[in-house]
Ligand binder design. Structure first.
Ligand SMILES: [Zn+2]
Ligand SMILES: [Zn+2]
Length: 274
């Protein structure tokens, strides 16, 4: 199971400036490809990374903010092989599929009709793509219908993806003892942003949920200025849980061990026993 961090930027200013890419995450499990949160640049950087979006079997959009949804329609066209075949799973909450009080639908009716299956997600919804089993879980974000993801990988344990959420009592139950927690940590220590996790809140989540290891992503400008690597080291030291800050192009391989490979050839891979 490979997890490609095609983009690690989050929030308005990381997105607008593209100081970090906003291309989301590609999961590859055998022949099964799933993309999570296709923000601006997803089409370009998927192709650039030789992960053709035509290989996609599933597309998950966690909420209706642009850093999570803008490339959804083109990815749906790719997943349907240029609209020639009804194939793939589109999984997203009501806001993305149909709109809510704050936002119009993120995908047009035309595009919503292209995938073979459309899953309307709310906390507790379960769906499958290939052998991967996904559950939509609660998030508390400024977008009321937004969700996080808990994923079961056969024989390899569970992966949590917080997406954008504030910290709340019960968040630790949702991600309890996942093998790998992907924590969208927008801001650094001592800088609180409502409806998002900062380093202090991610610390609390790690201490309570006790994941096997943690990858930080979805960095805002303040986090980038503070250094995500420094924040990851701080978290690892404070909690004892191996914690890595993703970079654009980081690859995490879930096997007997968890291997984190940086985007450059000279990056020393890190093997984590988790
Ligand atoms: Zn976001
Ligand atoms: Zn958001």
């Amino acid at each position: 199971m490979s997890i490609h961090f095609l983009g690690t930027g989050g929030g308005r200013f990381s997105m607008i400036t593209q100081r970090r890419r906003t291309a989301g995450i590609r999961l590859v499990h055998g022949d099964t490809h799933v993309h999570i949160d296709p923000g601006p640049g997803t089409l370009v950087f998927s192709n650039w990374a030789r992960l053709s979006p035509q290989k996609l079997d599933g597309l998950i959009v966690t909420h209706c903010h642009p850093d999570h949804y803008t490339d959804a329609e083109v990815l749906i066209e790719a997943m349907s092989h240029g609209t020639t075949r009804s194939r793939g799973v589109l999984a997203a909450p009501r806001s993305v599929l149909h709109g809510n009080d704050e936002c119009d639908p993120s995908v047009s009716t035309y595009h919503r009709n292209l995938p073979a299956v459309v899953e309307n997600l709310e906390p507790g919804s379960v769906f499958e793509v290939g052998a991967l089993s996904f559950e939509a879980v609660e998030a508390r974000h400024s977008e009321a219908d937004g969700i996080g993801i808990r994923l079961k990988v056969p024989g390899l344990g569970e992966v949590g993806y917080t997406s954008d959420t504030g910290f709340f009592e019960g968040l630790e139950e949702i991600y309890r003892r996942v093998r790998l927690l992907i924590a969208c940590t927008m801001w650094p220590r001592a800088q609180h942003l409502k409806y998002h996790l900062n380093t202090d809140e991610t610390l609390e989540l790690i201490e309570l949920a006790k994941p096997g290891c943690v990858v930080l992503t979805h960095f805002g400008m303040r986090m980038l200025n503070a250094s995500p690597e420094a924040e990851a080291s701080y978290l690892e030291e404070a909690t004892g849980v191996p914690t890595v800050a993703a970079r654009d192009g980081t690859l995490v391989v879930l096997g007997e061990w968890i291997e984190v490979r940086g985007p450059r050839k000279r990056d020393e891979p890190r093997l984590i026993e988790a």
